[in-house]
Design a protein around this ligand. Structure first.
Ligand SMILES: [Zn+2]
Length: 361
């Protein structure tokens, strides 16, 4: 509950190693761009939550069982080792490129429709797992991504132990990562890890609500065939020309046993509070019908009016109402930080969402 002193009573799980992923630059349609997913994001959110006297909990390590349930071991091994290989092969000196970057993607041109065999040149292999040129791997990326994943699992543990909610201060974010692909500034899927961890802790049905401005294509892919993890996402319409472009349409509703357990609500570029709040409410109402025993929220706040990464126009007040809608599902809830890039407003948007949730419970 939100106390009369204004304290925000939700555990914030963090870890200092998430800062080790830093100084990222990417390339967009051939144009070098400075990265906007840097440690100042989590610092700003942490400052706002400390100002509200939220209790901070340092993440603890977990074995790889949940990690390897949502990601292929070969991909995890690649992430863990590829930067060291890049350095050992002399790329930083030979090319001037300190970051692991793809340049070639093994489409059907190279694979005869099968999985590609590993070529001898490391720089030709990165595109086996990378989906874009915006998500390079730095010296500290794997350590930071694993620290974020542990934040997410530690938050899940708190809920399994009886907390009504917990918030994982995760970066790099995760919802664009699938079993064997990464991109969109994401390296390990923290929200998927929470859902799987909850399932492995004996929780029968989990619902994921993804309110980041962009479709959670990685999370959708991981659970697309499953009935036990319901996935719903509200996001800028990929058909209007927005990342992740290829998926996130309303007609994607699951496959096999998962039919009916995926729901996408794409929004037009003009959508503001009214449309966004309505969409979140619709998602939450459908999620509630799946009778989840726990909820995972992919809490991106890049749908904000001020955020340059999406045209959506959600206000701080809108995020507050969105948080209350999530509370109406009436299940223990783990929030996982995803996107949001207006550093000086991130704390406002995250605390508004959590406030709305806590007032609604
Ligand atoms: Zn996003």
């Amino acid at each position: 509950m939100v106390g009369s002193d204004g304290a925000l009573d939700i555990a914030v799980v963090w870890h200092p190693d998430t800062d080790r992923h830093r100084d990222i630059t990417g390339v967009w349609i051939g144009i070098p761009e400075p990265g906007d997913e840097e440690p100042d994001r989590t610092a700003a959110i942490a400052r706002a939550l400390r100002a509200r006297n939220a209790p901070f909990v340092e993440a603890v390590g977990h074995d790889d069982s949940t990690l390897l349930a949502v990601h292929e071991r070969a991909y995890v091994d690649f992430l863990d080792s590829v930067h060291a290989e890049w350095v050992a092969d002399g790329y930083p000196e030979r090319t001037g490129q300190p970051l692991v970057m793809p340049y070639l993607f093994p489409s059907r041109a190279f694979t005869l429709g099968e999985l590609p065999r590993r070529p001898s040149a490391l720089h030709a292999w990165i595109g086996r797992y990378a989906t874009d040129t915006m998500t390079p791997i730095a010296a500290g990326t794997a350590v930071a991504a694993r620290a974020a994943f542990n934040c997410a699992l530690t938050a899940a543990d708190l809920v399994v132990q009886g907390a009504t909610s917990a918030y994982a201060l995760t970066r790099p974010p995760g919802h664009h990562v699938g079993r064997d692909f990464f991109g969109g500034s994401c390296y390990l899927n923290n929200a998927a890890g929470v859902a799987e961890h909850l399932r492995r802790s004996g929780i029968e049905r989990v619902a994921i609500i993804d309110i980041d401005a962009h479709h959670g294509n990685g999370t959708q892919a991981i659970f697309y065939d499953r009935a036990d993890v319901w996935f719903g996402s509200v996001h800028i319409d990929p058909a209007a020309g927005w990342y992740p472009h290829f998926v996130g349409h309303a007609d994607e509703t699951g496959r096999g046993e998962g039919i009916g357990a995926t729901m996408n609500v794409p929004l037009p570029e003009t959508a503001g509070d009214a449309e966004w709040i309505e969409a979140v409410a619709v998602l939450c109402a459908h999620a509630a019908r799946a009778r989840p025993e726990a909820v995972v929220v992919s809490l991106g706040v890049d749908a904000a009016l001020e955020d340059p990464n999406s045209p959506l126009r959600v206000t701080e007040a809108g995020f507050r109402v969105g948080g209350a809608a999530i509370a109406a599902i009436a299940a223990p809830t783990v929030f996982v930080q995803e996107g949001g890039y207006v550093v000086d407003r991130l704390g406002d948007f995250v605390t508004a969402t959590l406030d709305g949730f806590r007032r609604g419970t």
